[in-house]
Write a protein that binds this ligand. Structure first.
Ligand code: ASP
Length: 327
């Protein structure tokens, strides 16, 4: 039987980490090829092209590198791959998933995975996650779903997936919407139809800078006062509650929003920002009046990804339309 072609890229992360001496911590060391050696079952499912594109902790990935990974993945599809799987560190998985999702132009699945336990740890979850990710990528019903994250038996959509625990095995969730699907006895079972997607053009610019600040009790305005002068092209605020800031921040926000895009998201970890509920100074209605945009269900980090990409393709003027499209 002619098996489908599957492309797999390894970028590093805990899934690839080992310690050379037990007293030292783990570092990325295991290539993609070596990761697959633990998965002989895969040879019955697909003809695999695996490449190690990086061996980095995911905190050290950046947008430029992700663009090069994206162009590798697009090339694989052009060469006949039915799907692409990328393994990386989990610390920034929620961000790279959305980054890829906004730019992935194909119906072919692009699936991201990683591990919470390093390669030599008892009960390492990397091999199971990688095999699950391949199963999801190869499933016919995964087409037209854009980028998804597969971790611990769950299929989580790029737009909503979040790392919700620092060390637990069950570290990923998509608050409010829940998983898009599950692996049940190795079968890919979706719980709902695909969500509508937004695909952006590839960024022409990559030098734009988007700052992110979290609102916190009794915070001063020193950083805010300097955002524009420091050369930032956009600002994301992780706001209180439904997307709020202290009234003491408002004069600065008004000044910043008259020059660069400002998005206010919620710092709570779940739920949407409001748009028409609170009328106090620093509330969302005041922020909108002063020119800020509300992030809706996008968490602060994901709102920053959207703004960076829009600035990169010159579509920041449509920011509110793109934010609304996802709420
Ligand atoms: N703890 C991380 C991981 O899961 C380290 C990283 O993000 O690279 O891979």
């Amino acid at each position: 039987m002619d098996l489908p072609k599957l492309a797999i890229a390894a970028l590093g992360g805990t899934v690839s980490m080992l310690a050379s001496h037990s007293a030292e911590g783990v570092i990325p060391a295991v290539s993609g090829e070596a990761l697959l050696a633990a998965l002989p079952q895969l040879t019955e499912l697909a003809r695999v092209n695996v490449e190690t594109l990086g061996l980095l902790p995911s905190a050290s990935l950046d947008f430029e590198f992700l663009l090069s990974v994206l162009s590798w993945a697009m090339f694989q599809v052009k060469q006949g791959a039915v799907a692409v799987v990328i393994s990386q560190g989990t610390d920034t998985l929620e961000e790279s998933a959305l980054f890829f999702d906004y730019l992935w132009p194909y119906d072919n699945p692009l699936v991201l995975t990683g591990a919470m336990r390093s390669a030599a740890q008892p009960g390492a979850d990397g091999p199971a996650n990688l095999l699950d990710a391949c199963r999801v990528a190869l499933a016919q019903n995964s087409r037209q779903r854009g980028v998804q994250v597969v971790m611990n038996g769950q299929i989580l959509p790029a737009r909503y997936v979040r790392k919700i625990d620092s060390l637990a095995l069950q570290a990923f969730a998509s608050p409010i919407v829940g998983p898009a699907g599950l692996l049940v006895e190795d079968r890919v079972r979706y719980l709902r139809p695909p969500d509508p997607r937004t695909v952006l053009p590839l960024p022409q610019l990559t030098t734009q800078k988007v700052a992110m600040l979290e609102a916190s009790l009794s915070a001063d305005t020193l950083l805010l006062e300097n955002i524009v002068a420091l050369g930032y092209d956009g600002l994301v605020i992780a706001g209180f509650g439904a997307g709020h800031v202290s009234q003491s921040w408002m004069p600065e926000i008004e000044h910043i929003a008259s020059q660069i895009p400002v998005i206010v998201a919620t710092r709570t970890g779940s739920g949407s920002t409001a748009s028409a509920s609170y009328g106090f100074a620093g509330g969302e209605m005041d922020l909108i009046r002063q020119g800020a945009s509300m992030a809706g269900f996008l968490c602060p980090r994901k709102a920053r990804i959207l703004l960076w990409l829009l600035l990169g393709c010159g579509q920041q003027g449509d920011l509110n339309r793109f934010l609304k499209a996802g709420t």
